[in-house]
Design a protein around this ligand. Structure first.
Ligand SMILES: Nc1ncnc2c1ncn2[C@@H]1O[C@H](COP(=O)(O)OP(=O)(O)OP(=O)(O)O)[C@@H](O)[C@H]1O
Length: 254
């Protein structure tokens, strides 16, 4: 109970705090041996900043994002959300903190096809036992350019519109932290740009701290900072790089 109350207190103040990972290792058991997906990663994301994580396939980007987001647990090392070391929280307290503090956007949208758009947006809040705030659903759908789509089923929407629903769902509870894994990976360039603008708006207008994994230098170009990974290690930390500089660095790593 005490841990749960503390977790909720942290959620209130997180907007002013950085995310910090220290000495992160993640190993996976695989039939033939162990895979070392993260090998001692340390980094800090300032509050209200946009960080892109890039690197060759298999370099550990998704593993890092999932550890940062409290979806996966590192084998060693710590992940702090402000004052909270989330690696020390038990699953129920971590799940509560995640739902009250963080939003998630994935390449595959992860929407429930049998539910309406409004029901999809409300799902995380319902899982927390909160009452539905229909006005808030209308507001977030309008923010992502989908006003009036409450009663649609996701299957009737385009990929870009489905990703907007996923972003509306992530924004519904005004999360301090937003984690995105290849959010534009399945979209054409123009639609992807609109999705990136929504993520950037969350940082600029609402002070969110956003971390995004991407393969696309153009997408990473909207970030304040680009972290480059190879073989489970952080090898570059670029502040406001140009798209050309990102592509050149990435080319050298691949
Ligand atoms: N659940 C798992 N079980 C076993 N190995 C895993 C698991 N998740 C990731 N790995 C391995 O860890 C390494 C890093 O994977 P990760 O998905 O983090 O890389 P990535 O940079 O995101 O790759 P991609 O760009 O292809 O998505 C890879 O060798 C991968 O096969």
């Amino acid at each position: 109970m005490r841990a749960a109350r503390r977790a909720e207190d942290w959620a209130v103040t997180l907007r002013e705090h950085e995310i910090r990972v220290q000495g992160l290792h993640r190993e996976y058991d695989r039939g033939t041996g162990r895979v070392h997906a993260l090998r001692g990663v340390s980094a800090t994301c300032a509050p209200g900043s946009f960080t892109a994580v890039m690197g060759p396939s298999g370099s550990g980007k998704t593993t890092l994002l999932q550890c940062l987001a409290g979806i996966d647990r590192p084998t060693r090392g710590t992940v702090h959300w402000g004052p909270a070391d989330i690696t020390r929280l038990r699953e129920p307290a971590l799940a509560r903190l995640r739902r009250s503090t963080a939003g998630f956007v994935f390449q595959g949208y992860n929407l429930m096809p049998a539910m309406t758009v409004a029901e999809n947006v409300l799902l995380p809040a319902r899982l927390m036992g909160h009452r539905a705030d229909r006005a808030r659903v209308g507001t977030v759908l309008a923010e992502v350019g989908l006003d009036g789509c409450e009663r649609e089923r996701p299957g009737r929407l385009s990929g870009g519109q489905q990703q907007r629903v996923a972003i509306a769902r992530a924004l519904y509870n005004r999360p301090a932290l937003l984690f995105a894994d290849e959010p534009t990976g399945a979209l054409d360039r123009g639609t992807g740009r609109e999705i990136l603008r929504l993520l950037r708006d969350g940082v600029d207008r609402h002070g969110q701290t956003c971390v995004m994994v991407t393969h696309d230098p153009l997408a990473a170009g909207v970030a304040d900072r680009v972290l480059l990974m190879t073989d489970g290690e952080l090898v570059e930390d670029l502040a406001r790089p140009s798209v050309a500089a990102i592509a050149a660095k990435l080319g050298r790593l691949s």
